[in-house]
Design a protein around this ligand. Structure first.
Ligand code: TXA
Ligand code: MG
Length: 344
């Protein structure tokens, strides 16, 4: 398929614009093309899940290895049955409490789901997104949409239409602007194909919330304990997946003086460094940029990628992030920061 020189950016700011954007998106998707659409987590690069050629195009546009499976987005009960060969009781429970929303469930797949979507696995990852635009497009098209995050492979996921445009502009016909994403990091992924439900990717729906309705749920094994086979089962879980271009480090500090000394010890000056902090806030103006992020896991997740994008654009010698708390509600944020720093 030919690439347009510029992507059309469609607004959804009022009811008429929303409806026109739905029509534009369905037009391209039904022709087998891929478009960027807003979801509540991050923007997605969407294609009809049952159109093998369109799925190939998703991998091509992102530069994504074909071994990394895609999440399929549904918005009607019947679509679950079109994709899943089994719907375990654990899935029904989690769906009752957390769908529509930022939760993805891996279940046995039906043969009709193209192998390209699932990277040849016999399971499929399903999510019923909460964003009204994504729901409207899926219902109008009448088909589920496969959609990875709308970034180039190994780069930061976009949480605004402008960030999609800066990575994929000109490669796809349409980017729909649904505003800043309200969740801000990718969905929690839970594997329900085994005896024990397991979190493969942490997110804002965290262990405590999941365990309240599904007490048997476990976290994934730690990365160091993860053998190559397991890593292959969910390749998005490989270290260094969500990356800014500048090196990123996560550390704690007790005062601005201690922080400055640590930076100088590494041969850097504050003006070389962008700082993201939520508790011990540097006051001096000598830093390249200081982002103060709310000290609350959900508000932090909402702000994180936008702050990383903006810091990264300044091409600092280092992005330094104040280490977040160790508790379960922060698991998703800690996971993305570890990956961005390449030490997960
Ligand atoms: O919030 C989200 O989930 C966003 C929005 C667009 O919905 N999508 C997203 O997609 O983050 P992506 O492709 O960037 O991440 C998909 C994750 C990867 O970690 C992948 O390995 C895992 O889901 N995954 C997909 N299918 C799987 C399967 N059958 N078994 C295990 N993991 C799977
Ligand atoms: Mg991604």
């Amino acid at each position: 398929m030919e690439s347009p020189l510029r992507s059309e950016i469609a607004s959804t700011a009022d009811a008429v614009a929303f409806e026109q954007a739905v029509i534009r998106a369905v037009h391209w998707l039904s022709r087998g093309d891929v478009v960027a659409l807003p979801t509540e987590t991050v923007y997605g690069l969407a294609a009809c899940a049952f159109d093998g050629k369109a799925i190939e195009r998703v991998f091509q546009v992102k530069g994504r290895p074909s071994t990394n499976p895609l999440i399929v987005h549904v918005a009607e009960e019947g679509m679950i049955g079109d994709c899943a060969a089994q719907w375990p009781a654990s899935a029904a429970t989690l769906a009752r409490y957390f769908w529509p929303g930022p939760l993805t469930m891996v279940v046995p797949k039906r043969p009709e789901v193209p192998d390209a979507v699932t990277a040849g696995l016999d399971s499929v990852a399903l999510r019923w997104p909460g964003h009204p635009f994504m729901q409207a497009v899926i219902r109008r098209l009448g088909r589920p949409l496969a959609a990875p995050s709308a970034n180039l492979s190994n780069r930061l996921s976009p949480t605004t239409a402008q960030q999609v445009d800066s990575q994929l502009g000109g490669k796809i016909p349409l980017i729909v602007d649904g505003g800043a994403c309200s969740v801000g990091i990718e969905s929690t992924v839970v594997d329900l194909t085994g005896v024990t439900p397991r979190i493969l990717r942490p997110g804002v729906i965290h262990l405590g919330a999941l365990a309240a309705v599904l007490p048997t749920i476990q976290t994934r094994s730690t990365e160091s304990a993860m053998g190559p086979d397991q890593a292959q089962r969910s390749p998005g879980q490989l270290a260094r997946h969500y990356c800014p271009r500048s090196p990123l480090r996560v550390m704690g500090w007790t005062s601005e003086d201690a922080l400055t000394q640590e930076i100088q010890r590494q041969g850097l000056e504050p003006k070389d460094v962008c700082v993201l902090c939520h508790e011990v806030l540097p006051a001096q103006s000598s830093w390249m940029r200081v982002s103060i992020i709310p000290n609350d896991p959900e508000a932090y997740a909402r702000a994180l990628y936008a702050e990383l994008h903006q810091s990264d654009q300044l091409a600092p010698k280092m992005i330094l992030v104040e280490a977040p708390p160790d508790s379960a509600p922060w698991d998703g944020v800690r996971d993305r920061l570890q990956r961005a720093s390449g030490v997960a």
